[in-house]
Write a new protein. Structure first.
Ligand code: 5RP
Length: 215
């Protein structure tokens, strides 16, 4: 196992310890969350989960977790997810796995949102591309307003969205997040603000550092 994989596993296992009996848990998507799911299973807790992607849903179910559709549940006790980039202020870029819309809904519903990353995800400054999910209807008009945007080869999202990347300037992430959200046809972008994040667990070779964000 490479040290990056070890760091992902360590961060995931540390976050799994936050989960308690009776909790409703949001499961993120990606290779770091792939370590979280078995770590939760090993804890043998009585928990209910919602998943942010068909892949996480299938893995969690196959390993014996109780996974429910995200309807009829209006809040989650905790959600745990990976990230593509984490900046010093706690801004995240997510969506490398094309699941950022569902991931943001789950993050927003969680009392506590915990990010698990290997140390290579820490960046001084956020870098493009920023993942986007776009409506198919009027997509050329949406892309014109976005500016420097490229559609990806990825299949459409489980919700029918077209996945793309924003390659323009970032500048102030809060301002860019507002601009992207204001463009009709943008279902969701992959900038997650620090206000959404409670803890960041970073795998560091042989240990895990925990940072409270509470932005
Ligand atoms: C998926 C995501 C993932 O959390 C992000 O891409 C990190 O993935 P990984 O843990 O595989 O590095 O946002 O949409």
């Amino acid at each position: 196992m490479t040290y990056i994989e070890t760091e992902k596993r360590l961060a995931a296992e540390a976050a799994a310890k936050l989960v308690e009996d009776g909790m409703t848990v949001g499961l993120g998507t990606g290779s770091t969350v792939a370590y979280l799911i078995p770590a939760l299973v090993r804890r043998k807790l009585d928990i209910s989960c919602v998943a942010t992607s068909p892949a996480s849903f299938d893995t969690a179910r196959a390993l014996g977790l109780k996974v429910k559709p995200f309807s009829g549940i209006d809040r989650l006790d905790i959600a745990i997810d990976g990230a593509d980039q984490v900046d010093p202020d706690g801004w995240l870029i997510k969506g490398g796995g094309g699941a950022h819309t569902r991931e943001k809904i789950v993050a927003g519903a969680a009392e506590r949102y915990v990010v698990i990353v290997s140390s290579n995800k820490l960046v001084d400054t956020l870098k493009v591309p920023i993942p986007l999910e776009l409506m198919a209807f009027g997509i050329d008009a949406t892309c014109r307003q976005l500016g420097d945007v490229r559609l990806t080869e990825a299949p459409i999202s489980p919700d029918g969205g077209i996945l793309a990347g924003y390659f323009g300037p970032i500048g102030d992430p809060a301002e860019l997040a507002r601009r992207l959200s204001a463009i009709p046809g943008v279902v969701e972008h992959g900038l997650f603000p620090p206000e959404m994040v409670n803890d960041i667990f970073v795998g560091r070779r042989s240990h895990v550092s925990q940072r409270r964000v509470d932005g």
